[in-house]
Ligand binder design. Sequence first.
Ligand code: KG4
Ligand code: ZN
Length: 356
Amino acid sequence: MRPVGRGLCLGIETSCDETAAAVVVGDGTVQSSAVASQAHLHAQYGGVVPELAARHHVAAVLPTVDRALEDAGVAWEDLDLVAVTRGPGLPAALLVGVAAAKAIAYARGLPLVGVNHLAGHVYAHALGVPPGVGPDPLPRPAVCLVVSGSHTDLCLLPAEGGLTLLGTTVDDAAGEAFDKVARLLGLGYPGGPALDRLAAGGDPAAVTLPRTHRPMAGPRRPDPRLVAGPFAFSFSGLKTAVATRLDNGPDVPPADLAASFQAAVVDVLVTKTMAAADAYGVGTVLVAGGVAANSALRRTLQAACASGGRQSRFPPPDYCTDNAAMIAIAGWVAHRQGRRDGWDLDAEPNLPLQLP
Ligand code: KG4
Ligand code: ZN
């Protein structure tokens, strides 16, 4: 093993519909990040088909690892660590990555670390900007909004370390709402990026849509503080309002409806994130996950932070959506904190957001 911070980690990610592999140095420098998207396979079904996703990962995982090594210009014997997403995600899809990572680590005699996918999204903030090699490269204290296709989690990163979950969604995740509304508008799958593009030419004030700032407690999450408190989210009513408007008219240009929907989601996300930053007196706001690539969210949150004298940080768009570089850097952090998983490492489809 090379000196701390100089070693190379192979990261593997197969939690949903991207097969990804990356080689990342311990200081956050990305040597390669290969992503093989399956989106075209699932598009005809309007969403991810789990069985199809797992089968495609089986076919794609080793070629994607090969590509990551080749792009990085490194050989198997140059690797020092293997990190893999262990959850949350689709069970059969996760198992493919976990099995591949175990086989590689076993064959090469390398340490293996299982990574929480959502922590990976958060640690995308430690990529590319050499943060040094302290035990935890995240800026602290900070509020962090994690918005993906399956999660909407608002959390606090306290100065002393760790993570406190402040609120989550009672129903649809933000990305799920984007995908469902995009489907209603006939934009195909995955809908978020297409809706973002369509909304750019629309009027966000054209249609009045509900902002659910205080959702009712729902049955899906057991902790009433997280589902009913000020930092809980709900997006299914907004999606229904768009569907109702489409069914009952009057007709509205699709770009205007897309822009109005996007403005409503962004308004709720930004209002709650800024309220959390106020409540906890922190000056740094991080956003992570696929929806962090959304242009309106980036613009609006940046403006809200700037006007309140705060710093906002978004990873580059390629590190917002699923990738294995974020898994590799989170693997380094866990490894430096002493984590090493055994050959009994298993997929954990329902893992909640936790840092290593
Ligand atoms: O983090 P991610 O790649 O996968 C999960 O862990 O779920 O997030 C995917 C989600 C999808 O719902 C996709 O539509 C959404 O992120 N997304 C966007 C944009 N890019 C990706 N949503 C809105 N605007 C975008 N530009
Ligand atoms: Zn993700």
